[in-house]
Design a protein around this ligand. Structure first.
Ligand code: NOJ
Length: 510
């Protein structure tokens, strides 16, 4: 099981209100207690923080707000000592506009690094070269004119994040060196930011107004993601794979909504493991959840292993999108599917989006509410900081926190812990195959997981009414878990009826 830490918001060791590496190291035992196998750290590199670390000025340096390289080494060592692996974010598509590479590139059309970024002459009338838009709603065109040299540069995100030119072998080699640098420091893998964007259409043709695969998975119903992924991207990702070797986990952010095009990023096991975005834009209904999984299963290449996540730092919080009852049900789904589960920090507590008043807003794309400080305890700084937190801590932190939930047998945290323990000791849940039951009752989503002679039935009722999973005389086995903390476990009830928004895990003896 994987766990995402957003370093600014996990734990602040020095009281400046911003989380840091030492803070994370000091809280690793929470991850061990939860049953995490590997932790993914969002960027902690040198950055002007326009996009909070996804705008980098030195990929091999730690921003002072987060600590030092020695703190990374200490974190990696402490994680490894606890049996946790560490994945770091790599941001290959763009740099900060204050990166020395870009400073040199923009200095003149003849600069030796001109070709490290994507430059183009103005379009007719002096406007942008084409109609490409930034992925950020507020950022408008994906092109900004550089007055000094009279050309536009491409930026898929803010104008402070110019896109690198991956057609240039020197750029590819420079990013390969970044990967080698972190591998040599002992990290176990990478989350590859915006991996589908590395190669651009060389003709710079206008994008069609709207086609299905341009729709972003990140924004429900959204059409902001104006990039058509290019066939050449697979070749550069195969090169990346060759640099890191077959055993390094490469989790790719692949913002491609078309499932078949998305699945192509597995390559033949020689590219990445694309993070599965299918849940991010769907409602928490039985049909939507089932179709997300079944679509994924249908497009996976042979041997392709899914990595499912229900939340991340770009989305509204799971408990806000789904409500608290369905967040419990979603936890059961995530931790019993065929595939590796990835949990966003705080989702195991049921943290919700925190309203951020406009004067306190920090993010250029409105994502602050899902990035607020981790809620450790009921103290004024929520155990996150002794200072003034960089984003607000909500009043609900008094009860929605690690300490309180650890002590409450019925809490969401203890549901996560129970599910992860169950998964760890069940071959069927860990590695078994997945067979959905026919959707005879539209309110139910049920599936078998089976490995050897262990057969596990998972049933979810994402409706507001009770549902019969197994009529009288048909259910035998042991009820291993329910989202209802008051339901007695042990012999499976006959008939097996689920309450509204209940999910169960049953080990069958047939
Ligand atoms: C995707 C990251 O998850 C997001 O936070 C970031 O703003 C963009 N890529 C740009 O790096």
């Amino acid at each position: 099981m994987l766990y995402q830490v957003y370093p600014r918001s996990f734990a602040d060791s020095d009281g400046d209100g911003v989380g840091d590496l030492r803070g994370i190291t000091g809280r690793l035992d929470h991850l061990v207690d939860l049953g995490v196998d590997a932790v993914w750290l969002s960027p902690f590199y040198a950055s002007p923080m326009v996009d909070f670390g996804y705008d980098i000025t030195d990929h091999c340096a730690v921003d002072p707000v987060f600590g030092t390289l020695a703190d990374v080494d200490a974190l990696v060592a402490a994680a490894h000592a606890r049996g946790l692996r560490v994945l770091v974010d790599v941001v290959p598509n763009h740099t900060s506009d204050r990166h020395p590479w870009f400073a040199e590139s923009r200095s003149s059309r003849d600069s030796g690094r001109r070709d490290w970024y994507v430059w183009a002459d103005p379009g007719p009338g002096g406007g942008p070269p084409n109609n490409w838009l930034s992925a950020f709603a507020a950022s408008g065109p994906a092109w900004t004119l550089d007055g000094r040299t009279g050309q536009y540069y491409l930026h898929s995100y803010t104008a402070a994040q110019p896109d690198l030119n991956w057609q240039n072998a020197a750029v590819r080699e420079a990013v390969h060196d970044v990967l080698r640098f972190w591998l040599e420091r002992g990290v176990d893998g990478f989350r590859v930011d915006a991996a589908h964007r590395l190669v651009k259409d060389p003709t710079l043709a206008d994008n069609p107004a709207d086609v299905a695969h341009l729709r972003t998975a990140l924004v429900p119903g959204g059409t902001r993601l104006r990039h058509i992924d290019q066939p050449g991207v697979h070749e550069v990702l195969r090169e990346v794979r060759a640099v890191v070797g077959p055993d390094t986990l490469l989790l790719g952010e692949i913002g491609v909504a078309d499932p078949t095009r998305w699945a192509a990023y597995y390559g033949s096991g020689d590219e990445l493991v694309p993070l599965n975005p299918t849940f991010w834009s769907r409602p928490c209904t039985t049909d939507a959840l089932r179709s997300a999984v079944d679509t994924t299963e249908a497009v996976l290449p042979p041997g392709g292993w899914p990595v499912y996540a229900l939340g991340n730092h770009d989305l509204s919080r799971l408990a806000t999108r789904c409500g608290s009852a369905r967040a419990r049900l979603a936890a059961v789904l995530l931790l019993t599917l065929r595939g590796t589960p990835l949990v966003y920090y705080g989702d195991e507590l049921g943290m919700t989006d925190v309203p951020v008043p406009p004067e306190a807003a920090r993010d250029p794309d409105g994502r602050d509410p899902a990035r607020t400080p981790m809620q450790w305890d009921a103290s004024p700084g929520a155990g996150f900081t002794t200072g003034r937190p960089w984003l607000p801590i909500p009043p609900t932190a008094g009860t929605v926190n690690v300490a309180a939930e650890r002590a409450d047998p019925g809490s969401l945290l203890n549901l996560y812990r129970a599910l992860i323990r169950l998964r760890r000791r069940s071959p069927a849940l860990r590695t078994g195959d997945y067979r959905p039951l026919p959707p005879t009752d539209p309110g139910l989503y049920a599936y078998w997981r089976q490995a050897g002679d262990q057969r596990i039935l998972v049933a979810l009722n994402a409706t507001g009414r009770s549902r019969t999973v197994a009529p009288p005389g048909t259910s035998t086995g042991r009820l291993l878990l329910s989202t209802d903390p008051d339901r007695p476990l042990g012999e499976c009830p006959d008939p097996l009826v689920l309450a509204a928004d209940e999910a169960v895990v049953v080990e069958s003896d047939r």
